[in-house]
Design a protein around this ligand. Structure first.
Ligand code: GLU
Length: 477
């Protein structure tokens, strides 16, 4: 049975790279009929951020990814928390000490710092000199009950530690290059390596799919599996995410936090689709995938090794496409609060729908929608150049004629508009740019803008008359 997991440390927000890791794990589990779990790796108490887990869960909720299992805490499908599993880790740490694969270390920080410095100068690969490994077992045990200490794993000498990675194939590391890693800290919490391996094993994780930055930790994990007598899961390390200039993707929250993209008006569907293609492709040029499609088409074998460029222009393009194709109902629902927060009166639902439908074809994000239709909701503002156009005699006669014609109307349709335009040309002799520019300016606030039927669709007759009246005030002659 395939089982994958997403195992973030709760250090703040969900990074786009984290979303990609979670998504690939989710997709692989779905594709194979397996399950996907969330495990919060909170054993580093110094890096803990208040509210980070709630924030993570709410971001996954917004994005539409669900986890399959979890213990009682945190709701039905709530996550596992490593900080609640300390006794389990202690048990395996003791086992490692008993089997001679781990040992206590009593060196204080001052000594460790000096040793590290000296070994660096001596060009030695590992920062620790194994000082405490030479203590007799009895001495080590006695001191453990009274002195502050950490526990280290004993790396074997002179061997190649080999494992297979689905993305990178064979990976080999010299054991002499591995430091005797810490597995238990002085605060009684295990380190990432120990807790991660114990949990992956006990939770029956079959595939560990994670970012490339964890590749160097994997030999240490492979050792832990061996010392504990367990067979390791399969590993797949995902390519780095890069800026367009090929540097490592920024860590600044505003540029990479999934919640910020959602807040800026990128759709969850877009984010999933976009992120899915950062390191995977279907083998053809298809680029638009719903989550359901991805569940079918994703293949772990097609994950690339080379870095994946995060292209903001492509994200914008993709979101604009989703905005055009998404159901109008959904877009309206999603964007309602953006409009009301900017004081739009959207009580006329037909008008709101038409406005959103008009604007969504012109923008990249939901948040840009209000600006596209502001002129249908608020009084127009004119600059000097606009004033000059409206003060022209031709402009005046067109607007005046329209006002006179519309005054007697109480309703309006597209045919009426056609015939009004025809009559305007006949009666005033004004046509072409001289006809359309002042009308657009008067009704919409700019000479460039939607066509007349759209304008009439979005503005009620009263507003049209009022705006025509205002435009006449520019004429002084
Ligand atoms: N806790 C690690 C992280 O923050 C998990 C890495 C892994 O998946 O093993 O990403």
């Amino acid at each position: 049975m395939i089982k994958t997991r997403f195992a973030p440390s709760p250090t703040g927000y969900l990074h786009v790279g984290g979303l990609r890791t979670a998504l690939y794990n989710y997709l692989y589990a779905k594709k194979t009929g397996g399950s996907f779990v969330l495990r919060i790796e909170d054993t580093d108490q110094s890096r803990k951020v208040e509210g980070a887990v709630d924030n993570l869960l709410s971001t996954f909720n917004r994005i539409g990814i669900q986890f399959d299992e979890g213990p009682d805490q945190g709701g039905e499908n709530g996550p596992y928390f490593q900080s609640q599993r300390l006794d389990t880790y202690k048990k395996y740490i003791n086992e490692l000490i008993d089997s001679g694969n781990a040992y206590p270390c009593f060196c204080d920080t001052e000594r460790l710092k000096n040793v590290r410095q000296q070994r660096l100068t001596d060009k030695l690969n590992t920062p620790y000199d194994r000082h405490c490994l030479s203590l007799s077992r009895d001495e080590a045990m006695t001191r453990m009950s009274t002195e502050s200490h950490i526990i280290r794993l004993k790396s074997p000498a002179d061997e190649d530690i080999i494992f297979y990675d689905i993305v990178r194939d064979k990976v080999s590391i010299k054991s002499n290059d591995l430091d005797d890693q810490v597995i238990l800290k002085t605060d009684g919490f295990p380190t990432y390596h120990l807790a991660n391996v114990v949990d992956d094993h006990l939770m029956g994780i079959s595939h560990v799919i994670r970012g490339e930055e964890w590749l160097s930790s994997t030999p240490k994990h492979v050792l832990l599996y061996r010392f504990l007598g367990w067979s390791p899961p399969k590993f797949a390390h995902l390519p780095l995410l890069l800026n367009p200039d090929k540097s490592k993707l920024s860590k600044r929250q505003g540029d990479v936090a999934v919640e910020d993209f959602l807040d800026k008006g990128f759709l969850a569907e877009t984010m999933l689709n976009f992120v899915a293609l950062l390191g995977w492709n279907p083998g053809n040029d298809k680029e638009i995938f719903s989550l359901k499609n991805l569940e079918k088409e994703f293949s772990i074998k097609r994950i690339q090794k080379s870095g994946a460029v995060f292209d903001q222009d492509k994200l914008n393009w993709m979101n604009s496409l989703y905005l055009k194709n998404e159901s109008l109902e959904n877009i309206c629902k999603k964007v309602e609060s953006v409009f009301t927060s900017e004081n739009f009166d959207i009580s006329d639902n037909d008008k709101f729908r038409s406005a959103v439908d008009y604007a969504r074809k012109r923008v990249n994000t939901l948040n840009e929608l209000p600006d596209e239709v502001r002129m249908f909701y608020f009084d127009l503002k004119f600059n000097n150049e606009d004033g000059e156009i409206l003060s022209l005699k031709t402009s005046f006669s067109v607007c005046q004629f329209w006002l006179k014609e519309l005054d007697t109307q109480s309703s309006w349709n597209a045919d009426d508009l056609k015939s009004l335009l025809k009559r305007t040309i006949e009666e005033t002799g004004v046509k072409g740019k001289d006809l359309y520019s002042p009308l657009r300016l008067a009704l919409y606030g700019s000479v460039h803008g939607p066509d007349m039927p759209t304008l009439f669709n979005l503005l009620d007759l009263e507003t049209i008359k009022l705006r025509l009246k205002t435009s006449l005030e520019f004429h002084t002659g």
